[in-house]
Write a protein that binds this ligand. Structure first.
Ligand code: MLT
Length: 408
């Protein structure tokens, strides 16, 4: 008899963004003429940078001739891309990460979801609340979380992020083994200073824990005092894995390319307390289950680091941040309190009412899609998230419509 992994039955109905997409589709079917502006899922709307497109085309042409055709590439990614990442994202910023510590993949969602596979099922995990649901759901599937009761999984340590602590989680009160951190944060848009990050690295070193640091939104940082990488903190290479993505930075949400940094110093332990290299374990997992990102996509990602690519990416990000500024200005005018939007494409707004009711109200009255905060955890019950990923014209239109519907 074929049997299921019953941990899947502990999952909540469906993945947050699938639920939202279904609700939008249902609404659109009932109101086919209504123009809906989507500020829900953080999906890039601007075209890929021209430099990436040119590199993409050239690489596709290479695939069209036997002499330049490429079959399977290295599972860890082509050296040309890993070297560019090491040089531009780390070495030139005085962060010591070498190219063979970088694993190219098809997305930070997959990597942040998959990384937990290499740990024991009885470790304790800590996640912020609100949190990107992938961290939680993948641990539920693995059987690490216990039952869902009173809106929470019983074995997860939730680190509450609220207005009172500026959306910065406090250190766990009891020791935990695996800690998920995301800065700039999804969904709150909050940032962390280097000093605050030092405390987490010290905590992890003291407790032999590991930090999974999601830095998918680092390119949106405007405040030069803020760290872009956890490895800016001394000692972090021993206790942290970092996830980055070309998705939001360069519009690769549909094209798919990201990378994960697993430093060689980073260790975990077996039941007898012996150390094992996470770099080796992840390499083993990655080469068994993944066959690499396609050659043209890796060439397109490499072009992000060309002179033109860098200028074009800066321009794209400035455009999204102009949108974020416009959203913040409207929220100020309407008297909503919010976080984020300064160094992040997300604005986390205190709706002062049930977040799904606010979602329905905005969709019905303004034709604007937000993400209800409840989908990110109980601390999000009265919040909504607006994303700055759209055209400025649509943001302007959406803000005017929100103003009209909220003032009614
Ligand atoms: C989000 O809107 O939170 C993200 O776009 C989801 C993702 O990156 O998977």
């Amino acid at each position: 008899m074929i049997r299921i992994n019953e941990n899947y039955l502990k999952l909540q109905a469906s993945y947050l963004f699938s639920t939202i997409a279904r609700r939008i589709n249902e609404y659109q079917m009932q109101h086919p003429d209504k123009e809906i502006i989507k500020l829900g899922i953080g999906d890039a709307t601007r075209a890929l940078p021209k430099a990436c497109i040119e590199a993409f085309h050239t690489a596709v042409d290479e695939m069209a001739a036997d002499a330049t055709f490429r079959g399977y590439g290295p599972e860890q990614g082509y050296p040309f891309l890993r070297e560019k990442i090491a040089e531009n994202d780390f070495y030139s910023k005085k962060v010591d990460i070498s190219e063979d510590e970088i694993f190219i993949s098809d997305g930070a969602k997959c990597d942040t979801g998959n990384f937990q596979e290499i740990f024991a099922t009885d470790i304790t995990i800590a996640v912020p609340d609100p949190v990107y649901p992938v961290y939680v759901d993948t641990n539920v599937m693995a059987g690490r979380t216990g039952e869902f009761k009173n809106s929470r999984y019983q074995k997860i340590v939730y680190l509450e992020c609220t207005e009172d602590n500026n959306y910065l989680p406090d250190l766990p009160e009891k020791p935990v083994d695996l800690i998920y951190l995301c800065f700039p944060n999804n969904p709150t848009g909050a940032t962390i200073s280097k000093g605050a990050l030092v405390k987490w690295v010290d905590y992890a070193r003291e407790h032999k824990s590991l930090i999974l640091f999601d830095a998918a939104y680092e390119a949106f940082i405007r405040d030069e005092s803020l760290p872009h990488s956890i490895y800016e903190v001394d000692g972090a290479k021993e206790v942290a894995v970092e996830f980055r993505s070309f998705s939001k930075t360069a519009g690769f949400t549909g094209t798919r390319c990201a990378f994960t940094v697993v430093p060689k110093e980073c260790m975990a332990h077996d039941a007898s307390g012996n150390q094992h290299s996470l770099h080796s374990l992840w390499n083993r997992r990655h080469s068994t289950k993944f066959n690499g990102v396609s050659y043209p996509v890796q060439r397109a990602a490499e072009a992000v680091y060309s002179k033109e690519g860098k200028e074009q990416v800066t321009n794209i990000i400035s455009g999204y941040m102009k949108n974020a500024d416009r959203i913040r200005q409207e929220m100020d005018d309407l008297g909503f309190s919010y976080a984020g939007g300064m160094n992040s494409p997300y604005i986390w707004i205190n709706a002062k009412m049930d977040s799904w009711d606010f979602f329905d109200m905005l969709l019905k009255n303004a034709g604007v899609v937000c993400t209800p905060g409840a989908g990110f955890g109980t601390c999000g019950n009265q919040y909504i998230r607006l994303s700055a990923f759209n055209s400025f014209e649509n943001i302007e239109k959406a803000m005017n419509r929100i103003k009209d519907s909220v003032k009614k």
